[in-house]
Write a protein that binds this ligand. Structure first.
Ligand code: UTP
Length: 477
């Protein structure tokens, strides 16, 4: 039966107790067999076996779990709070000037991770295509690209955009950029690179799952796939050749992120950090955010699922949350730091998630389980922090910089994120003297202004908004 299957694969499957995958082999067409064989070849079975063993050992008492370590978490030492005094404002101003110098010197690039499957949102396309501009209906990709374009115009230098996609998002994303002429960015400054995949395994048996006949159930290997994918695509070399020393990292779902924020770049550089993370004050102990902490003197981020309630709820003498610094997933990386990790073959660890994964069984078809049935393996980019000689945590204002699109309803839903954008832009317009009816939606394109000051000085006084049925829109200067 398996005579046309390369023997080595059949032997490997047998060795790793995965020979169930050969059921139904004869029903596949020759091209399907070839594709399936190639997919099986690409699986690192040793790695999977180790990961499953690790998952089991977490349940034993020998290894300390991330949750156990979390009991020793303290507020991070290397921390810049939002300015509260005149002296602190002066420090922030100096940081901003430094960041602007870096941008004007062409030493900054941006990384966008856009490989996620967006399962909670339940949108049928890559999340970056989601129309989110409150008045313009512009997709997330456009809102972010226009910020980058405006920032690069202000600096008078190109800012290369390194966009990570996955099997789940690559084709549609690239096509979307082409159809939209790269949203005004020079095509030569936009690089797409693809992250890797990991197979899902049955949580009971450790057996790999199929998603269809002759196809393994695979999913992107997490935003932490970034490090390996950047270096495999040769992009770290490209950055060096371009003279890019600092990388502003952000995620596709947060249109409030200040793309290539000069203050933040400046703080990163002035403090000599190799990696920086922006944080905001958590709304409550229960808010589901990773938190920036020090454990045993090492700055790191603890996933909310690894944070025991009693640790999350700890308060200071004044009654504030002790571990308050929720991660916005906006980072700055020094290029040399990424290169050092890549050259040392250092790899981010995998996290294991127990998820409901639809599974295909030959002869029975596809079943979508109601409860988690499988383990998925993902790398998280923030696990890079403990590797840094110095990591810096910088505080940001939530209403200005953070509301990612995650869910179909409620908090972090399309309506919720649009409201945050409208609130921000309404404030800019009002500060510039516009009287806006209370229910009118307001949107200011990044091509018109990147911040309240620019809006007031360059736009608001002279240029009226375009008034549409959806609301008021300042499109460009
Ligand atoms: P999330 O962890 O919120 O995942 O990604 P998601 O795919 O957007 O949504 P859910 O969890 O399936 O509902 C945060 C950011 O990391 C990127 C996403 O595209 C998003 O920008 N990401 C996530 C990747 O680039 N690759 C991945 O494998 C996972």
């Amino acid at each position: 039966m398996i005579r046309i299957l390369p023997l080595t694969i059949a032997e490997r499957l047998d060795f790793y107790h995965q020979d169930h995958l050969l059921e139904g082999w004869d029903d596949l067409s020759p091209p399907q067999q070839a594709a399936f064989a190639a997919q099986l070849e690409s699986v690192d079975f040793d790695q999977l076996t180790d990961l499953i063993a690790q998952q089991k050992s977490h349940h034993s008492t020998e290894n300390e779990t991330p949750a156990q370590r979390a009991y020793r978490a303290r507020s991070p030492r290397s921390l810049v709070r939002l300015p509260r005094t005149v002296a602190e404002q002066a420090e922030w101003k100096a940081a901003e000037q430094r960041g602007e110098e870096l941008l004007r010197a062409g030493r900054v690039g941006a990384i966008l991770v856009a490989g996620g499957q967006g399962t909670r949102l339940g949108y049928d396309h890559p999340k970056g295509m989601y129309p989110l501009g409150p008045v313009s209906n512009a997709p997330l990709f456009q809102l972010l690209c226009e910020q980058l374009l405006a920032r690069s115009r202000r600096a008078g230098q190109p800012i290369p955009y390194y966009i990570m996609t996955s099997d789940a998002t690559h084709e549609e994303t690239v096509e979307f950029f082409q159809q939209n002429r790269f949203f005004g960015l020079p095509e030569a400054d936009v690089y797409f690179f693809q992250q890797g995949n990991m197979p899902a395994v049955d949580a009971q048996t450790g057996q790999l799952l199929l998603s269809a006949a002759g196809e393994l159930a695979m999913s992107p290997d997490g935003h932490g796939g970034l490090l390996g994918a950047l270096s495999a695509a040769g992009l770290l070399d490209d950055m060096r050749q371009r003279g890019v020393d600092y990388l502003y990292y952000h995620q596709v779902d947060n249109p409030l992120a200040i793309v290539c924020d000069p203050d933040y770049l400046g703080w990163h550089d002035l403090s000599g950090a190799e990696v920086s993370t922006k944080v905001i004050a958590k709304r409550s102990a229960a808010e589901k955010m990773g938190i920036a902490v020090d454990v045993d003197g090492v700055t790191q981020i603890i996933e909310y699922s690894d944070l025991p309630d009693e640790v999350a709820q700890r308060t200071t003498a004044s009654g504030d949350l002790e571990l308050w610094a929720g991660s916005t997933a906006i980072h700055v990386f020094s290029r040399e730091f990424l290169e050092r990790l890549a050259q040392g073959q250092w790899q981010l660890p995998f996290h294991i998630a127990h998820k409901a994964v639809p599974a295909y069984v030959p002869g029975e078809g596809l079943t979508t389980p109601e409860k988690p049935n499988a383990y998925k393996f993902e790398r998280f980019v923030f696990d890079i922090l403990p590797q840094a000689g110095q990591a810096l945590i910088v505080e940001a204002d939530r209403t200005r910089e953070f509301n990612p699109l995650k869910n179909a309803d409620g908090v972090h839903s399309p309506d919720d994120v649009r409201q945050s954008l409208v609130k921000l832009h309404r404030e800019w317009a009002q500060a510039a003297g516009w009287e806006i009816p209370p229910t009118t939606q307001v949107e200011i394109s990044a091509l018109a202004a990147l911040d309240a000051t620019e809006f007031a000085e360059q736009v608001g006084r002279w240029i009226p908004p375009v008034k549409t049925e959806r609301g008021w829109f300042w499109a460009m200067r």
